[in-house]
Design a protein around this ligand. Sequence first.
Ligand code: GDP
Ligand code: CA
Length: 317
Amino acid sequence: MKRGRTVALCGGVGGAKLAYGLSRVLAPEELTIIVNTGDDFEHLGLAISPDIDTVLYTLAERADDTRGWGRADEQWTVMQELARLGGEQWFRLGDRDIALHLLRTQFLRAGKTLTQTTLELARCLGVAHPILPISDDPVRTIVHTDQGDLAFQHYFVRERCVPQAHGYSYAGAQTARLSAQVRTTLQDDGLRGIIVCPSNPYVSIAPMLAVPGVREQLRACRAPVLAVSPIIGGRALKGPAAKMMSEAGAEVSALSVARLYADFIDAMLLDIEDSALAEQARHDDPKLVCEPTVMRTREDRIALARTCLSLLDQLRH
Ligand code: GDP
Ligand code: CA
């Protein structure tokens, strides 16, 4: 029997690693990856979509895993010259990365949607699995901090997440429409399941949930919805998720992530390190499951993908 499609919702690094694992065990017609666009912005006249790029580069096996962003085997001639000329320096773009941004900007200026553009860039990079931005309309994360409201990249890159964050808004989300492709994917009656990847709940997953229809579709979905915690043993493996959680006044734990998603997930996958935490919580709803979730190697990513798929299949029965 033909298996239904699996949908992965993801941000950048954490999400892309699981999306990579899924892409190695599922055929392109069995997987759709829906990506956050809340980090997107324009810089030096270029259209930049950081999470989409991380997913594209990771699936194409061209990501720089050590740096955590951009392309492997990168060169910096443009940035060096820009520095000499006195151009803006706070956001770094490698030469190869710039080439991709030139193409994206050209496609968008020519009137293609972000969805068409992303699918075209995936084709250029040899990525066959569909990667879809959550919306073709702009959604922009704004971080409300003790130093005022900051556009996401200003908070994240320029200010290095130092300001205290007391809230988030997702400009444009309220009026953003789901693309036809995302809508059709989420409404598919034959889905195998939906996986919320181990991505930052505030700035990778929440901007997507803020687009009208997404949360509702997840709640109404007949197929199981499983989330993987990005918080392990009270820490984030990378990035500001733990700092954001504590500044939001929540306990820094996988359970806090489960609470944020409680209305639409059937189960939450916690790391094996959090077994005692899961035992104490003994929630029935959502169901808590503990398995290894740290993805250091390519094999780890594939193993976690298999774990998620088998959990989805168990949840369905
Ligand atoms: P960003 O957009 O690049 O910040 O990436 P995401 O939002 O997709 O992912 C960031 C989150 O991924 C952080 O909170 C990390 O703790 C989490 N993360 C990174 N690597 C792993 C991993 O191997 N396993 C798990 N469970 N979480 C991870
Ligand atoms: Ca991101």
